[in-house]
Design a protein. Structure first.
Length: 308
């Protein structure tokens, strides 16, 4: 039987993620949104592209959670996106209401599903979704680190004029301004960038990565990034559905790992059919640990505002 992925929120990220899943043919997709007609229209359009993609996936657009029943994976992208001058945390209260509602419906309709949270502020929303669904923490995770790492990898490849294929980057911590990019684990064909780029240049690339989302918001003005975010969410969906066991930086529930307890944070995990099958602990330097702690603190502050 074909796998089923529901995408909650049919906006820029949700519709693009739906496109990637349908195009790959690895699962049927249900695209849910509260706006009447919009998910139906987008799903029809995507369905009409399937013959061109040689894809046998089905896609349905809906305003009714009943259609999402028995999903294998649910991706939550519903919520407000940033406008120029807004930080990810400015979205806190409005998006918390939306994510809580979505998580409640998912727990009822797809009690065995794996949940991927995309909505910002993402680490906080992942924790909220986990608490709301009462799912095992292995089955609730957030997308952030893959995107941040992909941005850093792109900047490195442009700087060195090498194929992005040969660049691997690692960014840990929360998906916010306090993220923790790790240059010593950012490599070009295995060579750490610390060996091939001057410190000043690396710092500039890191700074651009931290502000990568805002850079795009300032161009778009009416929305935020969605191609790379959707591609990142798709990588997670694929690793889970195909049991690829990719090692990817995702927001996962830490219960002692990285000296952190009871908090969703971006760390490398192994993603397979069970969801987060393993949290990979990397030994951090003193300075990296301090950065990681600062990132945890800023996420905890937001959780407190929501009384979680
Ligand atoms: O790395 C990451 N985690 C992120 C997160 C990268 C990019 C975008 N990030 C966040 O994802 C962004 O800050 C937003 O919070 C979400 C969705 O971003 P997107 O760019 O897709 O926003 P849109 O285009 O405004 O789409 C949001 C949709 C829109 O169609 C609304 O009608 C819908 O969400 N929406 C809802 N859907 C279902 N249920 C409810 N309650 C609801 N409310 C709004």
């Amino acid at each position: 039987m074909k796998k089923k992925v529901s995408v909650i929120g049919g906006g820029n990220v949700g519709a693009t993620a739906a496109l990637l899943i349908v195009q790959s043919g690895i699962a049927d997709v249900v695209l849910f949104d509260v706006v009447e007609g919009m998910p139906q229209g987008k799903a029809l359009d995507l369905g009409e592209a399937c013959p061109l993609w040689n894809s046998s996936a089905n896609i349905k657009g809906t305003n009714d959670y009943a259609d999402t029943a028995d999903s294998d994976i649910v991706v939550i992208t519903a919520g407000l996106a940033r406008k120029p001058g807004m930080s990810r945390s400015d979205l806190l209260h409005a998006n918390a209401d939306i994510v809580k509602n979505a998580a409640t419906e998912i727990a009822k309709k797809s009690p065995h599903s794996i949940l991927i949270v995309v909505t910002n502020p993402m680490d906080v929303m992942a924790q909220l979704a986990w608490k709301t669904t009462e799912f095992s923490c292995k089955r609730v995770m957030g997308m952030g680190g893959i995107l941040d790492a992909s941005r850093l990898a792109a900047f490195v490849s442009w700087e060195l004029d090498v194929s992005p294929e040969d660049v691997e980057a690692l960014v840990l911590g929360g998906h916010g301004d306090e993220m923790v990019p790790l240059p010593r684990f950012t490599t070009v064909k295995g060579i750490p960038i610390t060996e091939i780029l001057p410190r000043k240049k690396i710092n500039a690339l890191i700074e651009r990565t931290r502000k990568g989302g805002a850079e795009i918001v300032s161009f778009l003005k009416t929305g935020s990034a969605y191609y790379a975010p959707a591609a990142s969410a798709f990588q997670m969906v694929k690793s889970i559905l195909l049991d690829e066991k990719r090692m990817l930086p995702c927001a996962a529930y830490l219960n002692g790992e990285y000296g952190t307890r009871d908090l969703y944070m971006g760390v490398p995990v192994i993603l397979g059919t069970e969801g987060v099958e393993k949290i990979v602990e990397v030994k951090l330097t003193k300075e990296e640990k301090a950065q990681f702690r600062r990132s945890c603190e800023s996420v905890r502050k937001l959780l407190k505002q929501l009384s979680i």
